[in-house]
Each structure stands twice: as C-alpha cells, then as structure tokens.
Design a protein around this ligand. Sequence first.
Ligand SMILES: O=P(O)(O)O[C@@H]1C[C@H](O)[C@@H](CO)O1
Ligand SMILES: O=c1cc[nH]c(=O)[nH]1
Length: 312
Amino acid sequence: MPSDVSEERKRDQCERSICVNNPHLKSMKEDILYHLNLDTATHDFQKQFGDVKFVCVGGSPWRMKSFIEYIAKELGLEDLNGEYPNLCEGTDRYAMYKVGPVLSVSHGMGIPSISIMLHELIKLLFHAHCTDVTIVRIGTSGGIGLQPGTVVVTKEAVDATFLPRFEQVVLGKTVVRGTELDFELAEELLQCGKELAEFETVIGNTMCTMDFYEGQARLDGAFCSYTEEEKQNYLSEAYAAGVRNIEMESSVFAAMCKLSNIRAAVVCVTLLNRQKGDQLTSSHDVMVNYQQRPQILVGHYIKKKLNAFKST
Ligand SMILES: O=P(O)(O)O[C@@H]1C[C@H](O)[C@@H](CO)O1
Ligand SMILES: O=c1cc[nH]c(=O)[nH]1
C-alpha cells in the first residue's frame, strides 16, 4: 500500500484526535517538554489542557499575551484582576496563556524556533487527550501587491521557489513534506474578514523563507549581491505564482499540523508592500493596530464557532 494511503487511513481512524507518530514515546516514563518548562510527571495535562479547542500561535510573547486578554474579553471570560499567568513560567524560550478553550503560545522567529515549539505543543495536546483542535498562526508578513495592513489568509504555504513543500533533514537525508492547510477553514476565515469589514482580507499563497533579509530579497541587509531590478523581478515572479505575502514559519507549521492531523490555518497581516520598499517605516501605533487585525479576525471566528457549538 502506498504510504500516503496508509497515512490517510491512520488519520481517518484518529477522527481529529491528535496524531503523534513516534513509537519511542510509549516507552518513556515521563515526557519533559523542556522548552515549555512542562512535564507529564508534575503536571496533569488532561486536567490543565484537556478542554483546549483553539490554539493561536505567533512570534512575539507580547502579542500572544495581548491576544489572550482580547479573547478573554470577547468570550466574557475576563479575569477580574486582569491576571493571565504565563503557563511556561520558568523559561524565557516561549510564553503560553490559556482562557477557557483557547490557548495562546508564542513561537519566536523562524522555522527552527516554531518547529521546536510545535513538537512540544503537539505532544502536550496529545498527552492532554485533546480532540478536534483548530490551530491558527496569527502573524506579521511583508505583502506583495497589497496595501499595508491587508490581512492574508494562506491558501498554500510555499517555499522560496514557490513550491508547496517543506524540506527537513532527518539523519542526514532530506525529507520533503507537504504543506497543505485546511481549505475549508481558510474559506471560513476569509468569510469572517468579510463579515467584520474592518480591514481588507484576501486569500493567497504565503512564501515562507529562511531569512528576513536576503531570503526575502531585501536590499537593506548587511549583505546584498543583487540589484533592485533583480529584486523586483523575483517579487513579480512570486506574485505571478500566487504569492501575496512573505513570512518565516508557515511551511513547517503547515507540514507539522498536517502530520499531526490538526486543522490549521495561517492568518498574517502585511506590514508593508515589498514592491515599494524594505524598511518598516510605519509608526508604533500603526504597527500595533496592524498586529491586532489577525487577532480580531480569529477572535470573530472562535466566537462564531463557540456560539454554533452552544446552539447544537
Ligand atoms: O509572527 P511573526 O510576526 O513573528 O512573524 C513574522 C515572521 C518572522 O518571525 C518575523 C520577522 O519580523 O515576523
Ligand atoms: O517583511 C516582513 C515583515 C514581517 N515578517 C516578515 O517575515 N517579513
């Protein structure tokens, strides 16, 4: 049987429970999620996290704290003292907050950083016996051919050659993984953008790069070996391939969520139009406003879903 068919079957059997595919886990007495400063010996994961249905992740700990404050208010779950403890206290690698069924986790910058966090987060959800979880990356990005402040819901996460794949080196060999996201979820999020009508929301491909400067064809890094014209040609090729924004985590995020059978989406605001420049010149207030947009959109989606659960 081709491996993708058996993988598909395995996934169907899981029925939206979290899939980990590691035979070694069973023989471990305890599991230490080192970078989250959580472990199965001293924490009851099922009790603490078993009710999680929505996970939002983003690069900055500050953004993920502000998201939990926002969603708590939206869901009427505000803490009277305004206290939202960091569940990863004791490590400064990542920050994690929870209100009701919503978990908010920071992942730092770039593929290696989000990948480590996702390994540990996926195991956390697995140990907690969570089911039917939706995970959304709420991030920032550089746009192509879009007004700054536009929110892009990712259709496909592509690499720097515009292909929907993520390459991981395992035991010295390159393993290529698919980066499909949940199309239905992306459509629902786009619809939420339309309902809100507070800012432009579009669907498009997101290019995930290994670097912010040369990797994203910037002219303002410490090194640059190409001309402005070559930069513009590359961005035009990306646009022609359906790319509407560029960031640094979507491909591994999509690949790992797909492997673990978690419904996933990427929603990033564009901070600038890369065809017009490289430096981020908007004021602090404008940047803060832009960063809130994916939070507002995903907050609307979560509220809608929870209201729908209630009425069934
Ligand atoms: O979630 P964030 O805003 O961190 O995502 C993008 C991609 C990189 O991590 C970072 C670069 O500024 O922003
Ligand atoms: O241009 C940008 C802006 C935010 N994040 C990126 O990765 N690129």
